[in-house]
Each structure stands twice: as structure tokens, then as C-alpha cells.
Design a protein. Structure first.
Length: 290
């Protein structure tokens, strides 16, 4: 009999759980609620909340709204968003993750401190990612974003550097960037770094690797837009090459179920538990058919 198991440590992080609860609470009141951007990078969960009445909008649409309620998701927003809300009498339901809020404040403080000093505020993160837009916004758009360790080479190492990280990035790569800057920065420049990676996310990696290594076949459930999903899926692949990224049960290749003893189902911080359970049940049904 093939064993099928769901990874207990996978699924929404607390920031996403809070944002979804806030959305559900507001929608239960029967009022119109808008959300600036997808509440979570998972189309199944976005669709579920859409059926409850949540209207997802982009930045241009947000600027046109007046006298309504808008939910800000866990990723956080730049100061400009709050300014538009005040001007347009928009009531903000702020679901920014507390970890992200603290990071925004630290970056803003660093940016406003010693204004005359020549320094680069560097953010290790994904360019254009919602959280990163909110972080760069704290520096009037002046922060430099680097996506990979090798991009540290393009920094001006003769100037002071203050390094921060998007909360969901890889801890290993962050440390690689720190090592490179320490080694190459000019003796006349100062370097300070702040490990701002969310531990709830970072701590998942060793657990996920352990889970992936104990199964013959892994189905990693994640929305294709999730940067956290891509990163965690790569961790699965490192320890188990028979890992497959799927968005829903229809993407399961039935031929993969042959000649395996155990199957693991896991996911990203943006993957709802109900979706992993649905996939788990679908796999069980496929096995019982054979």
C-alpha cells in the first residue's frame, strides 16, 4: 500500500492567515471590500475569496476609488498608498504582516538617519515583488534591489552599505551576500547588515528538506506567482529530484504514481491547507482506482 502524507509544517504563514481572517470578517458584514493586489500568491485561494465577494484591484484602479474599504495584504505597501487613501477617503483595512511593518520602519529610520552621509541602502529581494515595492518606498525609491548573491558585485563598494532582506528570501544566500560585501568593501566605507528574514519561513527549509527526503515522490503545491514557492520547491528538488510543482490536482501526472512506496504533499507559505488536503484526497482516490 502506498503511503501518502501531508507536511504538517507547510501552509500559510501567520501573516497570510491574519490577512485572510481580516478579509473574511469584513466580507461577513456584507459590505463591499476591495483588495489591492492578490491577497496571496495562490489563484485557488483568490478564487475562493472572490466567491465570498472580495474584489481584487490593481494600483491604477485603486487611484480611481473613492469612499470605499480597501484591504492591504500581508506584503505591505509604500507610503504613497496611504497618501492616496487619505486623499480619496478610502478606509484602509491594514493586514500588513507585523514582521514586514517592523522592517519598513527600520529601513525608513536608516534612510532618514545621517542624511548627509553617502550610503547605499541595499535590499536583497525580488524586483517588483509587492513586499519589495513597499520597502523601496520607505527610501523615496532610492534603495538598490539585488535578487541574487552575484548581483552584489554591481554595488559601489567604495560607499557605505546598509543591507536588508525581503522577509521570505533564502537565509543561505543572504549570508553569501554579507560574506562578499565584508570581503570586498573599501576600508574607508562602513557596512552594516540586518538579517530581516522571517524565521517562520526560514525555519521551514530544514523541515521541508527532511520531509522531501523521506518520500519517493513529492508534490509541491504552490501558485506559479509565489516567489516563496519557487524558493521552497528548489529546496525540495535538492534533496529529492522526484519533486514536482503543481498548482492543482489536474496537474498530477498519473504515471508518476507507479513504482513508489511513499508520496509527500507539501507547499509554500502561500498555499492553503485545504488545497493540500484536496490534492492528498485526489492522490488517494487515484491509488485506490489502480
Amino acid at each position: 500500500m502506498i503511503k501518502v502524507e501531508i507536511d504538517e509544517d507547510s501552509g500559510f504563514c501567520f501573516g497570510v492567515v491574519t490577512a485572510i481572517h481580516k478579509a473574511e470578517e469584513e466580507l461577513a458584514k456584507g459590505e463591499t471590500l476591495y483588495c489591492l493586489g492578490d491577497i496571496v500568491h495562490n489563484s485557488r485561494e483568490v478564487d475562493r475569496l472572490k466567491t465570498m465577494g472580495l474584489i481584487t484591484i490593481n494600483r491604477e484602479e485603486f487611484k480611481q476609488l473613492r469612499n470605499v474599504k480597501v484591504l492591504l495584504r500581508a506584503h505591505g505597501e509604500p507610503p504613497e498608498t496611504y497618501m492616496i487613501a487619505r486623499e480619496n477617503n478610502i478606509e484602509i483595512i491594514d493586514a500588513t504582516c507585523p514582521v514586514v511593518l517592523r522592517l519598513q520602519k527600520r529601513i525608513k529610520q536608516e534612510f532618514l538617519q545621517d542624511g548627509k552621509q553617502e550610503k547605499q541602502i541595499v535590499i536583497y529581494g525580488k524586483t517588483g515583488h509587492a513586499e519589495v515595492l513597499g520597502l523601496v518606498g520607505q527610501t523615496d525609491g532610492k534603495a538598490i534591489v539585488i535578487e541574487k548573491a552575484e548581483e552584489a558585485k554591481k554595488l559601489d563598494l567604495s560607499k557605505n552599505i546598509r543591507l536588508f532582506s525581503q522577509t521570505t528570501k533564502s537565509l543561505d544566500e543572504f549570508q553569501e551576500i554579507v560574506g562578499y560585501i565584508k570581503k570586498h568593501i573599501s576600508q574607508d566605507a562602513t557596512f552594516e547588515y540586518y538579517d530581516t528574514i522571517c524565521r517562520q519561513v526560514a525555519n521551514r527549509m530544514p523541515k521541508l528538506r527532511e520531509f522531501a527526503a523521506t518520500h519517493d515522490l513529492i508534490f509541491f503545491v504552490s501558485g506559479k506567482k509565489s516567489s516563496n514557492g519557487k524558493m521552497l520547491f528548489e529546496e525540495c528538488l535538492k534533496v529529492n529530484p522526484n519533486s514536482h510543482l503543481i498548482d492543482n490536482e489536474r496537474e498530477i501526472d498519473v504515471s508518476l504514481l507507479q513504482n513508489v512506496q511513499s508520496i509527500g504533499v507539501c507547499g509554500a507559505t502561500s498555499t492553503p491547507k485545504w488545497l493540500m488536503e484536496k490534492i492528498y484526497n485526489h492522490i488517494r482516490a487515484l491509488i485506490n482506482k489502480e
